[in-house]
Design a protein around this ligand. Structure first.
Ligand SMILES: Nc1nc2c(c(=O)[nH]1)N[C@H]1C(S)=C(S)[C@@H](COP(=O)(O)O)O[C@H]1N2
Ligand SMILES: [Mo]
Length: 579
């Protein structure tokens, strides 16, 4: 180990190797578009396009209608419908209850928030367009994908795998924009959750809960009767002002009390901060299972919305719209005016959201951080529980990032990093340079942990290396050295050194290591040789590979674009990333 002089000459070149970044998304600098394929579902070894669901759905609908038309001629069925006309008497409300203003606003807010949640959610999914039922993300084991098979003849990174989805659908509608879509997704999830909690409260503080909570078993035969009546094209009477029919009751009940909470829980379980803590739960509902269920809940919401809206229009549009948008029991023009105004705002917001995000990307990032920062701080303070064993190690580990280029690094690889020196400088009492031999001679820590990439995949590996807290003891940061900056040999997507900033607390963490081994073997170049950061309480992008130098600083505003890391600068990621 060599004590270097106070001012490391390399620091200057490191700083100038960082690039600033635009505050808006410049499409000419961005990852070029890449189109995926029509979504496919795997059954056994065969993949089937979801396009088949359209003719299949139409066929089921036609057969259902023909069948129910026939059934309705049968006396037993007629008796059944007479006995269970479609609504449970226990659902009856006094006509004075009606649809109060708060209910109507909440219904609209719900729709408005969900629009952003769904669009940004689809955008997030497009960053790793595959879903699995197992804890690993081995290509070929997914059950759903909208990207072709992973090529085997070349390096195919997780970023390569991300796909473009249409701009009107995704938010913000450009490839690998997960940094931005997450701000939308989490912020509006928070608004939606707040709206939902108020809804639950008001529902039970007023008689409104009786509309959607079934109180008698006759809801099941009545729901069956309603479906028979709809499909035989003789609709039951619409008594929506005082009570919903039983099919409505069941559908609304399941959506409000099952699908919505499930969306929240499976969303949260994808965060390393929680998955690493709720270990018993995340053994069963691991991130990949949670992602799959989260997606199926989306499918439920979409199917529900299509059927719900169709029936609103088929079962007496004017009466239905007047109830839910104006609180009027009748067919007045007023309901339509409010409805059309509400839809106009919705459409304008829909059309404006993506262009706004692209133009004011930094603002979206900063607003998101303002709103959600506390949750991220809290998430970072939750220390992971280490529960994995050798048996849990993932057979495949997605690589990410751009390999370092240039002869300097080539030479290091060729000589097996013998002349490599890790430089640690900045606000420390003992600036040092360490060779690999010296690092290997330090205390070694091994840990089997899950690496959660922001894009959606995850992988379990055994990492071996020097605990960062030991390195801190040697170099001893000064009291103003509050942040550690990790500089890579590799560049980020748009050029310029890849770097990331961590708090000192995070560096003291007992699971933060400078890894030089992966799964018992020397770390491969693909995964970050000679040295990479492993800190399992953060998402993957903070775990810098190909570490060239570490610098301690009092602030990071002067580095790059000042956001605390390459992806924070260029891709609008959050600086703290435990979620
Ligand atoms: N230097 C550098 N380090 C990096 C990246 C990168 O692009 N450059 N990508 C990060 C991301 S996004 C992830 S998910 C992990 C992936 O590590 P792996 O390639 O070993 O799977 O590395 C992180 N470290
Ligand atoms: Mo990542």
């Amino acid at each position: 180990m060599r004590e270097s002089n106070e001012m490391n000459p390399d620091d200057k070149s490191l700083h100038s190797g960082l690039t600033s970044a635009d505050d808006r998304v410049k499409l000419s600098h961005w990852l070029p578009p890449r189109h995926g394929i029509v979504p496919e579902i795997r059954i056994g070894n065969n993949w089937y396009s979801i396009f088949w669901l359209l003719p299949l759905g139409a066929l089921v609908l036609i057969i259902g209608i023909l069948l129910c038309l026939e059934l309705r001629r049968i006396p037993v069925v007629q008796d059944f419908i007479a006995r269970y006309p479609g609504s449970s008497s226990s659902a009856e409300l006094s006509p004075s209850v009606g649809f109060p203003w708060w209910l109507r606003w909440q219904h609209y807010f719900n729709l408005f928030f969900l629009m952003f949640i769904i669009r940004s959610g689809i955008q997030i999914l497009a960053d790793h367009p595959r879903l699995y039922w197992n804890v690993h993300c081995t290509p070929g084991t997914e059950w759903f994908r909208f990207q072709k098979e992973v090529p085997k003849d070349r390096i195919w990174t997780a970023k390569d795998d991300s796909v473009t989805i249409p701009g009107w659908l995704g938010l913000p509608g450009i490839r690998h924009s997960i940094g931005l879509s997450r701000w939308w997704h989490f912020s509006f999830a928070l608004f939606w959750l707040g709206n939902g909690i108020i809804f639950y409260l008001l529902l039970f503080l007023t008689p409104q809960w009786k509309r959607i909570v079934p109180l008698s078993w006759d809801v099941f035969p009545n729901a069956l009767s309603v479906i028979l009546q709809y499909l035989s094209l003789q609709f039951p009477s619409n008594e929506g002002w005082t009570r919903y029919n039983s099919a409505q009751q069941l559908a609304y009940f399941l959506t409000v009390f099952l699908a919505a909470p499930l969306a929240v829980v499976t969303g949260l379980l994808q965060a390393p901060a929680l998955a690493n803590r709720l270990t018993r739960l995340s053994r069963i509902i691991n991130r990949q299972v949670a992602r799959s269920i989260h997606f199926l809940v989306l499918c439920w919401f979409l199917i529900f919305t299509v059927i719900h809206v169709s029936l609103v229009f088929l079962t007496g549009a004017s009466a239905n719209i007047n109830r839910m948008f104006a609180g009027i029991n009748g067919e007045s023009i007023e309901g339509w005016i409010v409805f059309l105004g509400a839809m106009l705002i919705l459409i304008l917001a829909w059309l404006g959201a993506s262009p706004f995000t692209i133009k004011y990307a930094r603002l979206v990032q900063k607003a998101g951080r303002k709103l959600l920062g506390k949750f991220f701080d809290y998430g970072e303070s939750l220390s992971p529980q280490v529960v994995y064993t050798e048996k849990d190690i993932s057979p495949f580990f997605w690589p990410n990032g751009k390999l370092p280029q240039g002869i300097e690094f080539e030479r290091l690889i060729a000589e097996k990093f013998v002349s490599y020196r890790l430089s640690i400088s900045g606000l420390v009492d003992h600036p040092c340079e360490f060779s690999m031999e010296e690092l290997r001679a330090m205390p070694k820590q091994e840990q089997i942990t899950n690496l959660y990439c922001i894009q959606g995949w995850s992988g379990i590996a055994k990492w071996g290396g020097v605990p960062m807290r030991y390195v801190l003891k040697v170099v001893h940061p000064r009291s103003d050295g509050r942040y550690a900056v990790f500089y890579s040999f590799g560049e980020g997507g748009e050029g310029g050194i890849y770097y990331d900033v961590h708090t000192l607390e995070n560096m003291q963490h007992h699971l933060t290591i400078l890894a030089y081994e992966m799964n018992g073997s020397p770390l491969s170049v693909l995964h970050g040789a000679p040295l990479r950061l492993i800190c399992p309480n953060e998402l993957g992008f903070k775990q810098v590979k190909w570490i060239r130098a570490i610098e301690f600083v009092s602030d990071f505003k002067h580095l790059g674009a000042g956001q605390g890391g390459y992806n924070e600068d260029h891709e609008f990621f959050g600086y703290r990333a435990p979620i």
